[in-house]
Design a protein around this ligand. Structure first.
Ligand code: SF4
Length: 521
């Protein structure tokens, strides 16, 4: 095991918590020491949900280890049933509790509760969060999906519209809650009835009805592929293979569901601005931008496709932390003539980004931080999530509206780069001259320079400004003041950092330009 500051995925029982927290009437009893209750915060702080996840911990302490921890678990399970009255109970152990081998499944069976109890075997030292979520969803479906549902479907096949289930959306998933309504709208516009959405928003009774639908829509293969495979084997339900992220994939998805549903209905007008915006004149300078993509497999593969085919970027790096989907990501990367990066070590990813020097990074919150450190524009496309990935507004990634969101969130960081470029081009323009105020403040003269700058203007003043590690010559200070006010601070800091790392004792005009060339590379 490796100690780390940051991780792409949590342990598998966090995946199980995501399934329980997605559904209604499901309660998870987790054999876990006191400290493991931290996982609640993922849901209350990061996802900003207004209630605790439906999880009861046995919360044993160090002093309990010599005693009867199994009894503690049984008491926790009994009390959880009496207090929450769930329709179904999940039972399992966290990483630490796995080591004491108390067998939560057997202990819960001994309680003979009057509801289905689903034991979870989640090997914490071999598997991770997404696998844990996929396994939990599969075990729940295996336990609850009613065998009679298929007969129901066959009996009414000619008298009802085609129908499907939407599988894979979960709590803590990247924009999952906004993707589902978007995909549902597409399906309903085609006249396809959505029977069940699961796990997000589903009840135990919904899971029992899964077999009634004609086919399954797999939105996030990391979570739903194994369940969809089982449903295919058990109920003969086919499934979708296209994830509708981007305009092209949404069109392919529509074609695929029409085939699965056996319909030939026109979708009608597509509400999307991405194709036109991407061709419009102020976007063409983006063509050929070098982009690095990293995330879970679903989002990384889709983002590379949109970046390359719909925005005209060059994909110079593609990778995933989802080892279970390494094959798919390798195949996608080969299509761009590159080798996929399969790792869950963010330091590997950072080294890769630093060596590739892309102009845009599309990744998780970790890649956003890496890009920030390296001064590269970035946008978030994938979990692991941060509180800002749960915006108050609706912000899907899927469908035509999702494509609009992708355009906005990926292209705007690049616009900042363009602004800096314009600033460089017009830096000698009279409007940027000393004594001119920013145009949005009218044309009044600029306020007097701060005391710190005045001090360095005196002939004897080749001394560091307050807090500055390296002194500036007067000429260099003057040259710096030609830099527009809103990037002047950054130019000063960059130059001082550059001088500091090279042991330069006095910043001259030449140092200023050397630093500019260095950071502009
Ligand atoms: S032992 Fe497992 S549950 Fe506990 S803190 Fe570590 S990863 Fe989290």
């Amino acid at each position: 095991m490796q100690l780390t500051l940051w991780t792409y995925e949590g342990p598998p029982h966090v995946g199980a918590m995501r399934i329980a927290a997605s559904m209604t009437g499901v309660h998870y009893v987790l054999h876990a020491p006191q400290g493991d209750t931290y996982a609640d915060l993922l849901f209350t702080m990061i996802e900003r949900r207004d209630s605790r996840p439906p999880v009861t911990y046995s919360t044993f302490q160090a002093r309990d280890l010599g005693g009867d921890t199994a009894e503690l678990f049984k008491t926790a399970a009994r009390q959880a049933y009496e207090r929450f009255r769930p329709d179904v109970m999940l039972v399992g152990a966290s990483c630490t509790a796995e080591l004491i081998q108390d067998d939560p499944g057997g202990l819960a069976r001994a309680l003979a509760l009057p509801i289905p109890v689903v034991p979870l075997e989640l090997p914490a030292y071999q598997k991770k969060e997404n696998w844990g979520a996929a396994e939990t969803f599969l075990q729940l479906v295996r336990a609850l999906a009613a065998p009679g549902a298929r007969a129901e479907r066959s009996a009414s096949v000619s008298s009802r519209p085609p129908s499907c289930n939407i599988l894979g959306a979960t709590a803590l998933g990247f924009r999952n809650r906004d993707d589902v309504p978007e995909v549902r709208r597409i399906l309903e516009r085609l006249g396809i009835e959505v029977r069940v959405v699961a796990p997000l928003g589903a009840t135990a009774a919904d899971i029992a009805r899964l077999g009634e639908a004609d086919f399954n829509v797999v939105l996030y293969p990391e979570i739903a592929q194994r369940t969809a495979d089982w449903l295919k084997r058990t109920f003969g339900q086919p499934m979708t293979t296209v994830v509708p992220i981007g305009v092209g994939a949404t069109r392919d998805f529509i074609a695929e569901v029409k085939t699965l549903a056996g319909i030939d209905k026109s979708f009608g007008r597509e509400q999307t601005r991405l194709p036109w915006y991407a061709r419009s004149v102020d976007s063409t300078y983006l063509t050929g931008k070098r982009v690095f993509v990293f995330g879970d497999a679903t989002h990384a593969i889709a983002a590379a496709r949109v970046a390359s085919r719909e925005l005209g970027f060059e994909v110079v790096g593609l990778g995933t932390y989802s080892r279970e989907f390494a094959r798919e990501v390798r195949a996608a990367a080969a299509g761009y003539g590159i080798e996929a990066l399969i790792t869950d070590d963010y330091l590997d990813v950072e080294a890769h980004v630093a060596s590739l020097q892309p102009e845009l990074v599309l990744g998780s919150q970790m890649e956003r931080h890496i890009a920030k450190r390296l001064g590269i524009p970035a946008a978030v496309i994938s979990a692991p999530v941060h509180v800002q990935d749960f915006p108050a507004r609706t912000s899907p990634q899927m469908g035509f509206e999702g494509a609009n969101v992708l355009f906005d969130t990926w292209v705007h960081p690049l616009m900042m780069g363009l602004e800096e470029h314009l600033v460089t081009m017009f830096r000698d323009d009279f409007e940027f001259g000393e004594g001119r105020a920013p145009s949005h403040l009218g044309h009044a003269p600029a306020p007097a320079a701060p005391a710190e700058v005045q001090a360095t203007e005196s002939p004897a003043a080749a001394a560091p400004a307050a807090g500055s590690p390296v002194p500036w010559t007067l000429d260099a200070e003057k040259e710096l003041r030609k830099v527009p006010f809103f990037v002047r601070g950054k130019a000063r800091r960059n130059t001082e950092a550059y001088a500091g790392t090279r042991g330069i004792a006095l910043i001259t005009v030449e140092t200023l330009y050397d630093a500019k060339a260095h950071f502009g590379r």
